[in-house]
Design a protein around this ligand. Structure first.
Ligand code: FUL
Length: 504
């Protein structure tokens, strides 16, 4: 008989296979984000610019009857906007190309209600062009807000005709202004002049976007990114990007166009933000075959939209109502620090500039964040863990400042934990945890303890981590910190752990 492998050869092959598997790390736990959703999440901070006829009428919602002649910014400078937001760390700018009043900031061929009938730049101006160009020049991504609700357009409410009109405008925006990274559809839907409710053809809208800008995420009334649920800048304490799809939701275009829908191996049923079912850790192996519960799941992460001022549009009377530094820092910790992308609105004023009060506050805000996160006080520590999945996934990955590498405990570990021992006590008041979300979102409960005096004391507890979890605590001084993952979907993985001190 011809032997394919000698015994040593067989062992060698086995070792090679084991090593190859070890290098591959933990298998993904579905659903996982699409490449576009993951890249979107990694931006962390993006900016909204509400600008249009409302800027000149001092309103929040225009009626659609505004005279285009009122749109006449005196010192319009898109580069000033982009430079201000870039300095503040933003990665993308979303412009209200058309708000509910129907006034188009670009010379659309499909309506007279646009900048082409304004005195600005002698009727030859194009805000969308100037803003998208300034973004692309500066390496900032560009996004479009196109309100489906249009209070000017006569065909609104005449569903098929308006849908065609909307698609025509969408096509203009998606073909004339270079790369578009996010399309933002507001859910507002009023009645048309004929008293009829407009039925949006979401399937046609999404198909056109996928065809023309396949790398764009479609947000809010869209399949890729969901609204956080409020406009005050606060994500939920328990913020899952993994969502359960209800039976009714399965036919919704938002689900149909979400590319991540799968029958997930779940240990917990995630319903809204509630964990509905708990199981013992003997099931937490990450292996779908031994799990009883299954439910359709999809990756649908939250975006937190909030304005730096009370209104979305600029109003001179709000110049002294720009949110305080403390308020904006709360927003940072409650959005980016809770597994959400922050979409902060900075409304340009009647000059066509971001107002100096807003720019100044943004600068202070970024300064405070940079100061806090400059030094990871945990980075000098030694990380001790129990058994690990395999070589290359040890505790050192938690403090290597690389979000692509991660710590993975061994399968079946009961409440896996790691301990950081520092060469000398450090004083901190911010704790950071991160998951490698491209492999799924897993952590459902964790505890952070500090060695104080001669015992472990709990200093923070939480549920979800997701892309990034930040927790502010009363200042703690210690040389030993321990983190325990008490609950998770499948094998918990963590890519980063940080301890930071906010400036006094
Ligand atoms: C809302 C709109 O009605 C507001 O005017 C604003 O654009 C906000 C971001 O979304 O639904």
């Amino acid at each position: 008989m011809r032997r394919v492998f000698s015994a040593p050869g067989f062992l060698l092959a086995l070792c090679w296979m084991t090593a190859a598997f070890a290098q591959a790390g933990a298998p993904p736990l579905y659903p996982v984000p699409t490449a576009q959703q993951a890249a979107w999440q990694e931006m962390e901070f993006v900016v909204f610019a509400h600008f249009g006829v409302n800027t000149f009428t001092d309103r929040e919602w225009g009626e659609g009857t505004e005279d285009p002649a009122i749109f006449n910014p005196t010192e319009f400078d898109a580069r000033q906007w982009v430079s201000a937001i870039k300095d503040a760390g933003a990665k993308l700018l979303i412009l209200t190309c058309k708000h509910h009043d129907g006034f188009c900031l670009w010379p659309s061929a499909y309506t007279e209600h646009s900048v082409k009938n304004s005195p600005w730049r002698g009727g030859k101006g194009d805000v969308v062009k100037e803003v998208s160009t300034a973004c692309h020049e500066a390496g900032i991504k560009f996004g479009v807000y196109l309100s489906p609700w249009d209070r000017h357009e006569k065909t609104y409410g005449d569903s098929p005709r308006y849908n065609q009109h909307f698609l025509n405008q969408l096509r203009e925006l998606l073909t004339k202004y270079g790369e578009v990274a996010e399309v933002w559809f507001d859910g507002a839907n009023g009645e048309g002049p004929n008293g009829k409710r407009q039925e949006y053809d979401l399937t046609a809208y999404y198909s056109l976007i996928r065809e023309l800008q396949p790398n764009a995420v479609i947000a809010i009334m869209g399949p890729d990114v969901r609204w956080v649920g409020n406009e005050s800048g606060v994500a939920a304490e328990t913020e899952w990007s993994v969502r359960v799809v209800s039976a009714k939701g399965l036919d919704d275009p938002r689900t149909v166009f979400n590319k991540t829908v799968c029958e997930g191996p779940v240990q917990y049923l995630l319903d809204g933000n509630k964990l509905q079912k708990d199981v013992s850790f003997s099931h937490l192996t990450g292996d779908a075959s031994n799990l009883g519960e299954r439910a359709p799941l999809m990756w649908y992460p939250a975006e937190t939209d909030v304005s730096i001022r009370p209104g979305w549009f600029y109003h001179a009377k709000e110049d002294d109502k720009v949110k305080s530094l403390d308020h904006l820092l709360d927003i940072y910790y409650n959005s980016i620090g809770r597994n959400s992308v922050l979409l902060l609105n900075i409304p340009p004023d009647r000059r066509g500039l971001m107002h100096e009060n807003d720019v100044k506050r943004l600068k202070e805000w970024r300064g405070a964040i940079d100061k806090t996160f400059k030094t990871n006080l945990a980075a000098k520590g030694e990380v001790k863990t129990g058994g690990i999945l395999s070589d290359g996934f040890g505790g050192g990955k938690l403090i290597d400042d690389n979000n692509a590498t991660y710590w993975a405990p061994e399968y079946g570990a009961q409440g896996p934990s790691f301990e950081i021992e520092l060469p000398a006590p450090v004083r901190f008041d911010v704790i950071e945890l991160r998951e490698p979300i491209r492999l799924g979102q897993r952590v459902a409960g964790f505890t952070v303890e500090a060695w104080l005096g001669d015992e472990w004391k709990t200093i923070a507890e939480g549920t979800t981590v997701g892309y990034k979890r930040l927790m502010r605590v009363d200042p703690v001084e210690t040389a030993k910190v321990r983190v325990t993952i008490g609950k998770s979907r499948g094998l918990p993985l963590l890519s980063q752990f940080g301890l930071y001190k906010q400036p006094e």
